[in-house]
Design a protein around this ligand. Structure first.
Ligand code: UTP
Length: 468
C-alpha cells in the first residue's frame, strides 16, 4: 500500500477550523492507519461541525414554542365519537396487511450507553421466562402477525457502525430468526463526530480514529435513501412502513388498528402516543403548535409548561411519544431531499477518547457532545399527521437503564410483560397465584382475544409458565 500523503488543502482546513489535534499523531501512524484516518477526515463537513459546536445551526426558543403548545388533536382510547371507528380502522389495516402493503422498520443503531450492555441492545435477553432477546421478541411477533394475515411482512433493521457487525452476525448465527433472506434487510445508518463539550474540538477515539457516534434515529431517511430502500420498498408494493425502536418489546408490531387510522385519515405520518404518567416523565411531548403536530423533547420543555393542568387536574400536555410511527412510503420519497436539513439535537454524554499525549481517557461524567437527528422532526413536513393513543400497559415498556435505576430498567420491562400476559390469561378466565410469572410466545397467542381462543378450560396457574 502506498504511503498516503496528507493533502495541503485538508491541513489548511483543519487549521482554519481549529481541529489540528486530529492529525497530531499523523507521523507515527502506519500506512493503513493513515488511510483510515484520511478517509474519516474527508467525510467530515467542518463548516457544519463548527456551526453545530457553536450552536449556530438551530436554536429554537423552546419557551416561546412551549407557550404556543396545545394538546394535539388525537384519536383517544375508547373514543366512541371519533370520526373513524376502531372497527373501520381495524378492517382497513387488516386489508393493507393482507395485500402485502406493509413493512416494518426497526431502529437498532443506538449505542445503549445507559443500559451498559456491551453489545447491540437488540441482543439483550429480556423475555422473563424464555430469555428471548429484544430482536427475537420483535421478529417472533412480526412472524405471528404475518401468519395471521397470510403474508410475509418485510423487516428492515437499521443498524449503525456501532451495532452493524454484531447484529448481522447474530442474525446469521440464528438463521435469521426464521425469516427468509428476502424478508430481512439490514442497513447501516451514518455517524457524526463527537466534540469536547468545552472546547468544541472533535475527539479522537485513538490516534488514527475519530470518535464517531450514530447520527440519531433521524438518520433513517438518509440511510434508507443511500441504500436505495425507498425504491426497493415501492418496487415490492409496500405503501406503509410501521416504524418502531428495538428497545421496546411491547411494540404493537404492525397493529392493524393503528395502520387503519393512518390509511383512512390519509395521514402521511402517524404517531402512537400514551398518556404521560406524570408531568416530567422522560418522553417526548406530542403537541400541536400553530396547527402542526410536533414533538418537544422532555429535556427541551420548560417544567412550568410540562406541569400545566386542565380544570379537572389532568395534564394539559398529556401525550407522550413512544416512538411508534406509521409512514407513507410516498411521503418519505417526497421529503427525502430534506433529509440533510433535519436539525441536529445535542446530547451530553461520556465519550472515551485520547488526550494530547495519546492516553485513553474513560470519562465517568459527560465530557462530550453528540449530535443526533430525531425521526420525529419529519412531522412538520407531513401534509397530514395524526396522533393515536395507545394504552401504555399494552404498548410501552422500553429498556433504557440498567437495573437499579428508578425507571425503564430490564426488571421494569419484565414486570410489564408479565403483567400484560397475565391480564390476557385472566381475561380468558385463568387465575394466577401471587408472585407467579407468565410469558406468552406470539405464535401461541398474539393478544387477549387469541388467548381466549386458546384456553379451553380456565387454568389456575401456580408455577412460572411459558405458553409457547
Ligand atoms: P435512545 O436515544 O434511547 O438511545 O434511542 P439508546 O442507544 O437506546 O440509548 P442511550 O441513550 O445511548 O443510553 C432510542 C432508540 O433509537 C435507536 C436505538 O437503537 C433505540 O432503540 N437509535 C438511536 C438508532 O437506531 N440510531 C441512533 O442513532 C440512535
Amino acid at each position: 500500500m502506498s504511503e498516503p500523503v496528507l493533502p495541503d488543502a485538508l491541513r489548511i482546513e483543519l487549521g482554519r477550523y481549529d481541529q489540528l489535534q486530529l492529525i497530531a499523531f499523523w507521523d507515527s501512524l502506519s500506512s493503513v492507519e493513515k488511510h483510515h484516518l484520511l478517509e474519516q477526515l474527508q467525510q467530515i463537513d467542518f463548516v457544519e461541525m463548527q456551526r453545530l459546536a457553536t450552536g449556530a445551526d438551530y436554536a429554537p426558543n423552546w419557551a416561546e414554542l412551549a407557550a404556543k403548545a396545545a394538546p394535539p388533536p388525537a384519536i383517544r382510547l375508547h373514543d366512541s365519537t371519533a370520526a373513524i371507528s376502531a372497527a373501520a380502522a381495524r378492517a382497513a389495516g387488516e386489508e393493507a396487511l393482507r395485500s402485502g402493503r406493509v413493512a416494518m422498520i426497526l431502529a437498532a443503531g443506538g449505542q445503549g450507553t445507559r443500559l451498559g450492555f456491551d453489545h447491540p441492545k437488540g441482543l439483550f435477553p429480556i423475555a422473563p421466562l424464555s430469555n428471548r432477546t429484544l430482536f427475537e421478541m420483535h421478529v417472533d411477533r412480526l412472524r405471528a402477525v404475518g401468519k395471521r394475515y397470510g403474508v410475509k411482512i418485510p423487516l428492515f433493521i437499521m443498524t449503525s457502525p456501532a451495532t452493524d457487525h454484531e447484529t448481522r452476525e447474530f442474525f446469521l448465527r440464528h438463521h435469521h430468526l426464521g425469516l427468509s433472506q428476502d424478508e430481512l434487510t439490514i442497513f447501516c445508518q451514518g455517524s457524526m463526530p463527537a466534540v469536547d463539550s468545552v472546547t468544541g474540538k472533535i475527539l479522537l477515539a485513538s490516534q488514527s480514529e475519530i470518535a464517531l457516534s450514530p447520527d440519531g434515529h433521524g438518520g433513517l431517511l438518509s440511510a434508507l435513501n443511500k441504500h436505495g430502500l425507498l425504491h426497493q420498498a415501492s418496487h415490492q408494493g409496500i405503501d406503509y412502513f410501521f416504524y418502531a425502536q428495538v428497545d421496546n418489546p411491547l411494540v404493537p408490531v404492525a397493529d392493524p388498528e393503528l395502520m387503519g387510522y393512518h390509511i383512512l385519515a390519509r395521514s402521511e405520518m402517524t404517531t402512537q402516543v400514551v398518556q404521560k404518567r406524570f408531568a416530567l416523565e422522560k418522553v417526548g411531548n406530542v403537541v400541536s403548535i400553530d396547527g402542526k403536530v410536533q414533538i418537544i423533547e422532555y429535556s427541551d420543555l420548560p417544567p412550568a409548561f410540562a406541569e400545566q393542568l386542565n380544570a379537572d387536574g389532568s395534564l394539559k400536555l398529556w401525550a407522550g411519544n413512544i416512538a411508534v410511527h406509521v409512514f407513507d412510503v410516498a411521503f418519505l420519497r417526497r421529503v427525502v431531499q430534506h433529509a440533510h436539513g433535519l436539525p441536529f439535537h445535542r446530547a451530553k454524554k461520556p465519550v472515551p477518547h485520547i488526550d494530547a499525549l495519546g492516553h485513553l481517557i474513560q470519562p465517568s461524567t459527560a465530557n462530550a457532545i453528540k449530535f443526533e437527528r430525531f425521526i420525529f422532526d419529519l412531522l412538520p413536513l407531513a401534509n397530514k399527521a395524526i396522533v393515536v393513543e395507545g394504552d401504555a400497559r399494552e404498548v410501552f415498556a422500553p429498556v433504557k437503564n440498567a437495573n437499579g435505576a428508578p425507571t425503564d430498567t430490564p426488571a421494569a420491562t419484565q414486570s410489564a410483560l408479565i403483567a400484560l400476559h397475565g391480564e390476557w390469561l385472566k381475561s380468558a378466565g385463568c387465575t394466577i397465584a401471587p408472585g407467579i410469572k407468565v410469558e406468552i410466545h406470539p405464535a401461541w397467542a398474539l393478544d387477549a382475544t387469541e388467548v381466549q381462543g386458546r384456553v379451553e378450560k380456565p387454568l389456575h396457574i401456580s408455577s412460572d409458565t411459558y405458553f409457547a
